[in-house]
Ligand binder design. Structure first.
Ligand code: COA
Length: 359
């Protein structure tokens, strides 16, 4: 058995497509990992020249107030049916995490259909997103003040500009955005005012995001006009709806407007994560405090934080929960604040990934 890391998907892509898509195409959905100008990598287990298990990796920089966070995304984990239960996916995952750790990623992040497999391998729910339910009736309450239309290729530069103005996002090249806006089965709608695109929304991407508005940017007026058009189109085509909308965990003008219009929402987790660099996490917690905090490792590998005469021990799971708590819940942060008599106002990290940034 040989575990290899490379940028040539080769037999790994074939395996992933057969296991995850019943042979359907995966590459067009994830051009940054499998496309012609990809920057992702593939980890694969080969045996007798056959790929038996594999996953995809993509390093990303999360942009948020107060600095950037480098993370590694893991996706398309798959093992051939006749090779399951031999520890191959576990070996692939471990190798992927090592690769990401060495290149300086703070954590690995993935979306899981079967969370138990990942929970047993050190992953937990992390980060926050607010998910809205957009009932068809909401169409009557949304503004109709702009022209809306389907985006065309000539809009991609402007859409990238609007995406890049988001406070919370992933660093993306303009060429990468352009590839992502062409994802198969996705509807991209733009709103125009005074001959200029002022907002856009992306609806649907693969089976996971069917019926979900998973990326949007621009002025709230533009975004809300697009949402109104989508809902009216659903009503006119007699689709039963509702649609859903993903938004960052912290309030935004669009989420505040939707709440004001009575749309229901719930806080969810951003994904499943595992800390790859506990030292960097401990230093980030220490930097967030309003009084000097030292940190070191205890004999059992626990992180010991000290402020004056007070001290506190944290596990790796505590550290990741302090930085990226599931659903934004502050209980661990408050425990540290109480334990060290300090205030950690810049925590949690606000990082968010839009649906098009997933792999
Ligand atoms: C999930 C999957 C990647 C695991 O691959 P694997 O190489 O069998 O994984 P490992 O041998 O390292 O671990 C086996 C795990 O699968 C389970 N397993 C064991 N034998 C199995 C078998 N014959 N068939 C399926 N699953 C089996 C075990 O419960 C074990 O989990 P545990 O150690 O946490 O109890 C594989 O089943 C798969 O490709 N499934 C379909 C695609 C998928 O769900 N991918 C994950 C996307 S989120």
């Amino acid at each position: 058995m040989k575990v290899v890391v490379g940028d040539d998907a080769g037999g790994a892509l074939e395996l992933m497509e057969s296991v995850l898509r019943q042979g359907g195409e995966l590459a067009a959905d994830y051009p940054l990992v499998f496309g012609a100008q990809k920057r992702g990598k593939i980890v694969a287990v080969n045996e007798a020249d056959r790929v038996l298990s594999a996953c995809a990796l993509l390093e990303q920089e999360l942009v948020q107030p107060g600095g950037r966070v480098r993370i590694g995304m893991i996706g398309s984990v798959a093992t051939a049916p006749d090779a399951r239960g031999r520890g191959l996916a576990s070996a692939v995952l471990e190798r992927a995490e090592k690769e990401l750790r060495v290149s300086g990623c703070l954590l690995s992040l993935l979306w899981a259909d079967s969370p138990e497999f990942y929970t047993r391998r050190g992953y937990s729910a992390i980060g926050a997103e607010r998910d809205f339910v957009l009932e068809i009736e909401l169409a009557d309450r949304l503004p109709v003040t702009c022209e809306t239309r389907a985006a065309s290729e000539s809009d991609h530069g402007r859409l990238h500009e609007l995406y890049s103005s988001q406070e919370l996002r992933v660093e993306r090249l303009r060429s990468e955005s352009a590839q992502l806006y062409q994802a198969p089965g996705m509807k991209v709608l733009v709103a125009e005012a005074g001959g200029r695109v002022i907002g856009y929304v992306c609806l649907g991407r693969g089976a996971d995001l069917a019926g979900v508005v998973h990326e949007w940017a621009g002025s709230p007026e533009g975004v809300l006009n697009c949402l109104g058009s989508l809902l009216r189109a659903c009503r006119n085509s007699a689709e039963s709806g509702p649609l859903f909308l993903m938004s960052p965990g912290r309030s935004t003008p669009v989420s505040a407007a939707l709440e004001g219009l009575g749309a229901r929402s719930a806080m969810g987790s951003l994904g499943m994560g595992k800390l790859l660099n506990p030292g960097e996490a401990a230093a980030t917690v220490a930097r967030a405090a309003d009084r000097p905090i030292d940190w070191s490792w205890g004999p059992g590998g626990e992180c010991v934080l000290r402020a004056g005469t007070r001290s506190m021990e944290l596990t790796s799971e505590d550290l990741i929960s302090a930085l990226f708590p599931a659903r934004g819940e502050r209980s661990i942060i408050e425990a540290i604040e109480n334990g060290l008599e300090a205030s950690l106002e810049s925590l949690p990290c606000k990082a968010f990934l839009w649906g098009l940034d997933s792999i």
